[in-house]
Design a protein around this ligand. Structure first.
Ligand code: G3P
Length: 227
């Protein structure tokens, strides 16, 4: 299961990439609005930072299929290989996905997925990934993790190669539930990367080990001080 960052702030992405095993970055228009300016300025910077092998997901914003296809070609031309074009899983989006499948090798992530049927259709239209919005589904009174698991079952039952990139998480438990069943990828807001390891019991255990070591070796001593 790949781990991606759902953010576009360069310094934040850089810090996370130093610490965590990051496979790529996802963006959406709301995330880009927080940066402003020419969206390709920041997207090119992200591409340079994460490298050409990493996954970068960028959303097309046109409403008509023909325009979505043109946008998809434009995005990939500028940002290169391993750029996934996010296309909403709506009728015009499905039409665009089918066209892209027939006319190009552009990788598509079907986005704004709230129902298993959207995911099934997008997969049949050739989407490489579908992105169920786990927390937003929870907020509608349904179970986002369960919907995501159903999508996984549907893909498996129909021998479909489409993967799931689960998005919109608000807590580590939602992520953990999907780790257990192994979806293709999850994309997380920066704070969620730290949420699962930010725990006073963990810090206290590590502090105790260091104090025990220093009790016989001396203050600030480490294994480097011994042969
Ligand atoms: O792009 C989809 C995902 O980023 C949405 O997340 O937190 O806005 O529900 P959120």
């Amino acid at each position: 299961m790949k781990l991606l960052i759902d953010d576009a702030r360069i310094a934040t992405i850089e810090r996370l990439c130093e610490v965590f095993p990051i496979a790529g970055v996802t963006t959406n228009p709301t995330i880009l609005a927080k940066i402003g300016g020419n969206p390709f300025d920041v997207l090119k910077e992200i591409r340079e930072l994460i490298g050409e092998e990493a996954d970068l997901h960028v959303q097309a914003v046109s409403r008509r299929a023909e325009d979505i296809v043109a946008e998809a070609n434009h995005i990939v031309k500028i940002l290169g290989a391993n750029t996934f074009v996010k296309i909403p899983a709506l009728p015009e989006g499905f039409k665009a996905m089918k066209t892209l499948l027939e006319t190009s090798e552009i990788l598509v992530t079907a986005t704004a997925v709230y129902t298993p049927m959207q995911a099934f259709i997008a997969g049949q239209c050739g989407a490489a990934y579908v992105a169920p919005y786990v927390n937003r589904i929870d907020n509608m009174g349904f179970d986002g993790v369960r919907v995501t698991k159903e999508i996984k079952e549907i893909f498996s039952a129909n021998a479909m190669e489409t993967e799931i990139i689960a998005a919109s998480f608000k807590n580590a438990q939602q992520v953990l539930e999907l780790c257990k069943c192994g979806v293709g990828a999850v994309t997380l807001a920066p704070e969620l990367f730290y949420a699962s390891v930010k725990n006073s019991a963990i810090n206290s255990a590590v502090d105790d080990f260091i104090a025990d070591f220093e009790s016989f070796a001396g203050a600030d001593k480490t294994m480097l001080d011994f042969q």
